[in-house]
Write a protein that binds this ligand. Structure first.
Ligand SMILES: NC(=O)c1ccc[n+]([C@@H]2O[C@H](COP(=O)([O-])OP(=O)(O)OC[C@H]3O[C@@H](n4cnc5c(N)ncnc54)[C@H](OP(=O)(O)O)[C@@H]3O)[C@@H](O)[C@H]2O)c1
Length: 331
């Protein structure tokens, strides 16, 4: 058995319970990963609150993880037991249902195409903080057809996605000018991520900002107001649904291990940094407190959970399994 967080009804964070689940078994194209760290995302909250993605109960929440491969299906060739990997295990673009058994568990199965090798210089916590947010951040630049040398205005530069958008704009996409917004205590923090200028949104309104930008990247769903900083022909991307202005294009993440693999050189060189909210990493038994904090909407980077190694687990588990009786949950 393993320990996992789960819920059996929609509702507030108090519906979360902690209990025993059987170990899942990897199918032919899947890895069995011992999860060492997981990260929370707003989608974990929304999915718990209402039935936006179909799945049966109980649901183990969590998309992001970093851990160690301890088993695999017969058609997996890229990874072997002992590899340290990270990824977002929930493929939102795939037809069908999301995984019922998410990453707030000691063990998880994941399709091999969804994970990448963990950069060696990153802790499990740092690696777990990245996948969903960075996949989202990248997709926004693609949606906008962003070109090197253009200017960008990032609404919400201190959040899980925003911290990565600001860094990617500077380091990967070579924006000429990176501007962002945040509240007073986080202005210096967002500057340190690489923003050339940071506006304190408690002190200035969008309409008082004179410069106009090639790309307005809104991570908080405020396009109906922020639209005024975009050039007349500028791209506007909103990652919240539905976008609050008709000019804004909704952008949703593409989940893949390849996208992470391509980022690994930037992570290994330190050009791109994982940003863990300083209230964490939270312990595995502090998941409800971690959700409480995420749900304040004030996170600075990512809310991360450390998952300890259990000493009494029946390891090693079988490394190859091709049968169809995969355990999706413990009930
Ligand atoms: N489309 C997709 O594929 C996709 C993927 C990931 C996330 N999302 C969505 O994108 C949104 C952001 O996700 P996230 O993970 O970045 O959330 P998050 O980490 O919880 O965002 C928190 C941040 O938002 C900032 N913020 C709140 N109000 C602000 C304002 N008026 N102006 C500037 N910053 C403000 C906060 O900074 P202050 O404390 O300074 O206000 C805080 O740092 C969520 O709605 C999420 O569901 C969509």
């Amino acid at each position: 058995m393993q320990k996992a967080w789960f819920y059996e009804e929609y509702g507030p964070k108090e519906v979360l319970k902690f209990g025993d689940f059987p170990l899942p078994t990897p199918q032919h194209n899947e890895l069995l990963v011992q999860v060492r760290a997981a990260a929370l995302n707003p989608i974990d909250v929304k999915r718990r609150q209402r039935p936006i993605f179909p799945s049966d109960f109980p649901v183990v929440p969590g998309c992001d993880m970093a851990g160690v491969v301890i088993g695999k299906g017969g058609s997996v060739t890229e990874f072997v037991a002992g590899d340290e990997v990270y990824g977002n295990i929930q493929d939102f673009n795939a037809k069908g249902r999301l995984e019922q058994l998410g990453t707030l568990a000691e063990f998880v199965t994941v399709e091999d195409r969804l994970v990448a090798r963990k950069p060696k210089n990153l802790s499990f916590e740092e690696a777990a903080s990245l996948p969903l947010a960075v996949q989202t951040a990248i997709e926004g630049f693609k949606t906008a057809h962003f070109k090197e040398g253009q200017s960008i205005f990032v609404v919400g530069g201190a959040g899980g996605v925003g911290t990565l958008v600001v860094q990617l704009a500077k380091q990967l996409y070579k924006a000429s000018y990176v501007v962002s917004t945040t509240s007073t205590p986080k202005v210096d923090f967002v500057k340190q991520l690489g923003a050339d200028k940071v506006f304190d949104y408690t002190k200035i309104k969008y309409e008082d900002i004179e410069e106009k930008y090639d790309f307005l990247y809104d991570t908080i769903g405020d396009c109906k107001n922020s639209v005024v900083v975009a050039k007349d022909n500028g791209a506007i991307v909103d990652i919240t649904w539905p976008p609050s202005h008709f000019r804004a294009v909704y952008s949703s993440l593409t989940v893949s291990g390849d996208s992470l693999e391509k980022l690994n050189p930037y992570l290994e060189s330190g050009k791109l940094k994982a940003v863990i909210d300083p209230t964490g990493p939270y312990k595995f038994d502090e998941v409800i407190e971690a959700f409480r904090y995420l749900e304040t909407g004030r996170a600075r980077g990512k809310v991360v959970i450390s998952i300890p190694l259990s000493v009494d687990l029946p390891l090693p588990v079988p490394s190859v399994c091709n049968n169809n009786d995969k355990i999706r949950n413990g009930f």
